[in-house]
Design a protein around this ligand. Structure first.
Ligand code: BG6
Length: 388
């Protein structure tokens, strides 16, 4: 497109990352890497920090960092942006957004699809590199980052990098305690029988199709607040959610049992299948009982519910937002080089810990919520997944 008389091109590469280097070199030779041109790169860019740097060096030979747009389509999802609006457009949440009030955070990205014929790619990457290095760590960053001073691309990305730098590395001796690897066996998903991963792959494989991790962020705001992440293929539901679990009331004046237990407040940010943000609070059961009884209620915070504002957002494909931003040169929702490097560094350390401990994936039946060890990861600390 032409802006202020000058030609601009925006190119989008969604091919095998091994070709990125050669393509950008050819683009440079063809005059498609001039100062107003941009390049959008689909993930994965590399398989580890080293291969990421190799590819990115080739890209940097042709384009300046400001011209490079590394896509993570989760950042284009409407509810993910709504999380930013919720946190920084309201004064009531931020004072609570810390280890004084929040007990833990859960991030679940569950899929019902299997790997199917994507296995030539997937078998080399597994759930850790396919989902955690990018989508899940991005969600974690948006929950955990400090308020940026504005929405400038670098202001937001500086805050995300700080979170990634504060992530505690997973050491070999902690691998079994804080992570779970799984691989689906045959089972039933959405009422129909499905094959195991190895049957799809056609031979035995040690690639994980499920991962659950307890991540700790070593900074003042989040010290002592575990972030539990889990993602997998062939799970019970297609469901993506972030759960902010608040601490219990310090003392219950209502007693327990018949009068109704107090459920700790919970903010659920649902990305899929529905887009919604809801807060669960305790409420009095209506009635004339002498002893007050309580019940939990769920309040949707996504859009007005009084009739006139009730307009569920049109479901947009995340790429719509991101490609538009790339065409307009706005890189706020794209991943900067140092951010991707930091995420790879943490993931590489975790993968090394697995190798060192020879952690093989545990079986889970297709259609379940993953290996039992993923439930134990939370129950050992007296917590449980929001959806099981
Ligand atoms: C992609 C992964 O980045 O995200 C896929 O490579 C995964 O394996 C997909 O299925 C999930 O995206 P969404 O938007 O359907 O949650």
């Amino acid at each position: 497109k032409a802006r202020s008389g000058e030609e601009e091109t925006t190119s989008f590469l969604a091919v095998s990352p091994s070709l990125y280097g050669r393509i950008v070199t050819a683009m440079k030779a063809a005059g498609l890497a001039e100062k107003n041109d941009r390049i959008v790169l689909e993930k994965p860019v590399g398989r580890d920090l080293e291969s990421f740097r190799e590819i990115d060096d080739a890209v940097a030979d042709a384009f300046d960092e400001r011209q490079v747009f590394r896509i993570d389509h989760y950042l284009g999802k409407e509810t993910v942006q709504n999380l930013i609006a919720l946190r920084f457009g309201n004064a009531i949440f931020e004072p609570l957004w810390n280890n004084l009030t929040i007990d833990h955070v859960q991030i679940t990205v569950g899929e019902t699809v299997g790997v199917g014929d994507r296995w030539p790619y997937y078998d080399e990457y597994g759930a850790l590199r396919d989902m955690v290095q990018n989508h899940m760590l991005q969600l974690l960053c948006l929950v955990a980052m400090e308020p940026p001073s504005d929405l400038d691309p670098d202001s937001v990305r500086n805050e995300k990098v700080k979170v990634l730098r504060s992530l505690r590395p997973v050491m070999a001796e902690d691998a079994e305690r804080v992570t779970v690897r799984g691989q689906y066996t045959a089972g039933e998903v959405e009422g129909r029988p499905v094959e195991s991963y190895e049957a799809e792959r056609g031979q035995p494989s040690d690639t994980e199709t499920f991962v659950a991790i307890r991540a700790d962020i070593d900074n003042w705001r989040w010290a002592g607040v575990p972030f539990f992440m889990r993602t997998g293929k062939r799970l019970a539901e297609k469901r993506t959610e972030i759960v902010i679990q608040f601490k219990p009331v310090p003392h219950s004046i209502f007693g327990h049992g018949e009068r109704g237990d107090i459920y700790d407040n919970r903010l659920v940010i649902e990305l899929q299948p529905d887009e919604d943000i809801s807060l669960s609070v305790m409420n009095k059961k209506p009635g004339l009982e002498q002893r007050m009884q309580l019940q939990p209620i769920r309040m949707s915070l996504s859009w007005g519910q009084d009739g006139k504002d009730a307009a569920p957002p049109r479901r947009r494909v995340a790429y719509e937002r991101l490609l538009l931003d790339a065409l307009n040169g706005d890189s706020t929702l794209f991943v900067r080089r140092d951010e991707a490097e930091q995420a790879w560094k943490w993931v590489d350390e975790l993968a090394d810990a697995w190798t060192c401990r020879e952690c093989k994936p545990l079986d889970y039946a297709a259609g379940s919520w993953g290996p039992e060890a993923a439930d134990l990861l939370l129950s050992r600390t007296g917590r449980k997944w929001n959806v099981r």
